[in-house]
Write a protein that binds this ligand. Structure first.
Ligand code: NAG
Ligand code: NAG
Ligand code: NAG
Ligand code: NAG
Ligand code: NAG
Ligand code: NAG
Ligand code: NAG
Ligand code: NAG
Ligand code: NAG
Ligand code: NAG
Length: 694
């Protein structure tokens, strides 16, 4: 392992003083207040996410000759920065053509100093836009959160990988077509990536953000108007995220009178004391290991609620994003956590509220972040009084009916049950009476149904939005709270009368153990597994994944662009990682292995004829099969190097073995470089094969 010149005491001291992300003050003040030390697991989880250079890099590539798909490992050196990656399906974005650079900026001491720029629409026709963000960094730095706004509207939320001494680089491409109406007008760009630097924390962020504009035969129907729910601070050249619960995420909005469809999207993530919300315990158990060890409470359940004029209009049960310093940094280099470079937003169809909202009067839109409190005697309730903090914004996407001046209808009928909550906790005691372990569990379910009747120029119809959600989390804490095992699952089904549906499952388990043997060393050993399995039919504000997929990379495009009614995206990561701090050497070390499997499949309606004669190629076969795989990628990284990387398009495997240079696109190859898999091999490879693999 590599020495990382990392002094734990300096890191700890640093973390207590620093304000690395928005509003770290509150929990740090609490930690410093001496009322009792925060629970060490929580503290370390929080610190870990901020430790930057704790990761060891191998100087020699690992030997994995038994791997058929192994490749020359990639590790950073002075001339080649380490390439970090968020595994995601490649999106359609033609090279050349109409492009515009939106930002070239170094975020150094950038806390409270966002990049401010201007956007003017390009001189070309377009109905699609993609972003390409390239970031480099070298030195030591924490992971950082970034929010990008057009005026007061958040359009992109990302976070950073933690740099190495020799440097890292990553590229992320994102389809932005949902914001087409905004890209047709000039905008002020506010890109906020708060960073702090000093003698120890030396990494700054060199960023280049470019937009590509093009025209696609389109199945994407972007909204006509996008209205933010945000702190609305762009006039002061400031970012517009709300910090909840310190402030209320609320705006009074006047909507266009002639809306025919309206969708609300929520962008939110926990930071500081709320970053590891999924590892929290029941409020009644926070002191279970004694009053010198305070665990984070309000339960491991979080719900984002959209409240319109006091009515619950829908909820989002968040995907547990883990940033690149999270748990143990060794998990996340160079493969970052699911969604770390692109924090996705959940959508709520608020079309049933249109009759209420089309009166040209102002209406209150509030996003609340809720947890669960309990008194340990069987009384539990949803609370918005959680720790600090969540960074929250929202948007209303509106589609207009140009044939009428105002939409009418009935007021929405909202039936939202109070969530069903089951809590359990029990402690085991040692012979002398101290608590040896805490077992806890929580189960929550909720159903919500909203409908109204809408009169538009297309006639009268009943519109509805339905959500059925379940959540479970159970865990055990032992060794004075230093060891934790937790397992969580969030499942949901969202259904709109427009034909849109989203069903999903987010499993997560973490086993972590912190040890402080006499002498001052500190070790953290952890294992984790997590998934994001989403089946989406149709779309609301954001295009379905099959529509933005780069189908030109399929083995043959002879039959044109494949058309689907929806997609399955199955995404799984698991790994093992360790961290060791040796104060006597003023060093810390890290190691780890992470494995990831992602697949994207298109879903076709109804039964399909399977081609039997064997004369047709895989692309045609694929287009005709129900739930056919478009893209799959499997990666394994060990101790900072990628050791396995197998990618397949439409069932044809391509191994990534030719890395030209770390700052260039890898050699993409052509169809001739594909190893053709037999059609037989494609059969039976259903979209849920990965579910079983898990
Ligand atoms: C740096 O890494 C690249 C790619 O792995 C390799 O080709 C090159 O030889 C390395 N250079 C040094 C100085 O180690
Ligand atoms: C960032 O940009 C500066 C100025 O161009 C350059 O000196 C530095 O080497 C860059 N850092 C990285 C990590 O690319
Ligand atoms: C902490 O626990 C000790 C021993 O049980 C007790 O004497 C003390 O009052 C407690 N302090 C607080 C603040 O609860
Ligand atoms: C909406 O209200 C504003 C201010 O009250 C008024 O100026 C405007 O004419 C109204 N628009 C419509 C379409 O009624
Ligand atoms: C307006 O009406 C025309 C003719 O009925 C129809 O083709 C068009 O789709 C309608 N536009 C909207 C926005 O509903
Ligand atoms: C109680 O026992 C545990 C181990 O069984 C030990 O670690 C702890 O120090 C003991 N506490 C007291 C107050 O004796
Ligand atoms: C809408 O729902 C109402 C009440 O359930 C029903 O009476 C009516 O027929 C429905 N209208 C349409 C257009 O489906
Ligand atoms: C701390 O860990 C280092 C590295 O493993 C080891 O050499 C050292 O002996 C440990 N120190 C103590 C006090 O255990
Ligand atoms: C991930 O899980 C699989 C299946 O349990 C296991 O074989 C593999 O070793 C794990 N990978 C890592 C890096 O922990
Ligand atoms: C990764 O580093 C750890 C710690 O040095 C080591 O035990 C392990 O063997 C390394 N893994 C590989 C595949 O080299």
């Amino acid at each position: 392992m590599y020495n990382q010149e990392q002094n734990r005491d300096a890191v700890l001291a640093r973390c207590r003083k620093q304000l690395p992300k928005a509003d770290m003050r509150e929990p740090l003040a609490r930690a410093a207040a001496g009322k009792g030390l925060l629970h060490i697991v929580s503290v370390l989880l929080m610190l870990m996410t901020m430790i930057r250079s704790t990761f060891a890099l191998l100087t020699t590539p690992p030997q994995l000759s038994n791997q058929r798909h192994s490749l020359t490992s990639r590790a950073a050196n002075e001339s080649f920065p380490l390439e970090c990656v968020q595994v995601a399906p490649p999106i359609m974005s033609p090279t050349g053509g109409c492009q515009q650079t939106l930002m070239v900026h170094t975020f150094a001491a950038s806390y409270g100093q966002p990049f401010i720029g201007t956007y003017s629409p390009p001189d070309c026709e377009f109905n699609r836009i993609t972003f390409n963000l390239i970031v480099t960094s070298a030195g030591r730095q924490f992971d950082r959160l970034a929010l990008m706004f057009f005026d007061d509207t958040e359009i992109f939320r990302t976070s950073t990988a933690e740099p190495t001494r020799d440097g890292i680089i990553w590229t992320y491409n994102k389809d932005m077509s949902s914001y087409l109406s905004m890209f047709k007008k000039p905008q002020k760009i506010v890109f906020d990536l708060g960073n702090l630097m000093d003698d120890t924390y030396t990494g700054s962020w060199n960023t280049t953000l470019a937009a590509t504009f093009f025209t696609a035969e389109d199945t994407i129907e972007p909204a006509d108007v996008v209205i933010p729910v945000s702190a609305r601070r762009s006039a002061e050249n400031a970012p517009s995220g709300f910090v909840v619960p310190g402030s209320k995420a609320v705006n009074d909005l006047v909507l266009p009178r002639n809306a025919k469809k309206a969708v609300f999207s929520i962008s939110a993530c926990g930071q500081a004391a709320e970053e590891f919300w999924w590892s929290n315990v029941l409020t009644s158990d926070t002191q279970v290991f004694g009053n010198h060890t305070t665990l984070y409470g309000h339960s491991p359940f979080r719900e984002l609620q959209l409240v319109i004029d006091g009515y619950l209009a829908g909820v989002s049960w968040p995907f547990p994003v883990i940033f690149t310093g999270g748990i143990v940094p060794g998990f996340w280099r160079p493969i970052v956590g699911i969604d770390a470079f692109d924090l996705r937003e959940d959508e709520i169809d608020i079309t049933p509220f249109i009759p209420l909202l089309s009166d040209n009067q102002s209406h209150t839109f509030e996003i609340q972040v809720a947890g669960i409190d309990d008194d340990g005697r069987g009384n539990e309730y949803i609370t918005t009084n959680i720790e600090s903090n969540w960074i929250v914004t929202g948007k209303v996407f509106v589609w207009l009916d140009s044939n009428i001046s105002s939409t009418t209808g009935t007021l929405p009928s909202v039936s939202a049950s109070v969530p069903t909550i089951h809590l359990h906790s029990a402690t085991q005691h040692t012979v002398n009476g101290t608590v040896a372990s805490l077992d806890y569990s929580i189960e929550v379910s909720r159903n919500l149904y909203i409908e109204s009747t809408l009169h538009t120029s297309a006639g009268t119809k009943n519109v509805s939005w339905k959500q059925d959600l379940t959540f479970s989390n159970s865990g055990t804490l032992s060794n004075k709270g230093n060891d934790q095992i937790m397992r969580q699952t969030t499942t949901g089904s969202h259904l709109s009368s427009s034909g849109y549906s989203r069903t999903y499952e987010y499993p997560l388990w973490v086993i972590s153990s912190i040890n402080e043997p006499p002498g001052g060393n500190l070790t953290i050993d952890a294992k984790m597994g997590r998934g994001k399995y989403v089946q989406e039919l149709g779309d609301l504000a954001y295009p379905n994944d099959w529509k933005t997929f780069d189908y030109t990379r399929l083995p043959s495009t002879l039959y044109g662009k494949p058309t689907f009614s929806g997609s399955n995206v199955n995404n799984w990561q698991n790994g093992t990682a360790s961290y060791l701090s040796v104060p006597a050497q003023k060093r810390s070390y890290g190691s780890g292995s992470t494995e990831q499997l992602l697949s994207l499949s298109g879903i076709t309606d109804g039964p399909v004829a399977v081609v039997q004669d064997g004369t047709h190629n895989a692309a045609m076969h694929m287009a005709q099969q129900r739930g056919e795989e478009l893209y799959r990628r499997r990666m394994v990284a060990t101790n900072g190097s990628v050791v396995v990387d197998v990618e397949s398009f439409g069932g044809q495997v391509r191994e990534k073995s030719t890395y030209v240079a770390a700052n260039q696109e890898y050699n993409d190859g052509g169809v001739h470089e594909f190893a053709m898999e037999g059609v037989r091999a494609l059969l039976g490879r259903g979209a849920y094969a990965m579910m079983r693999w898990r």
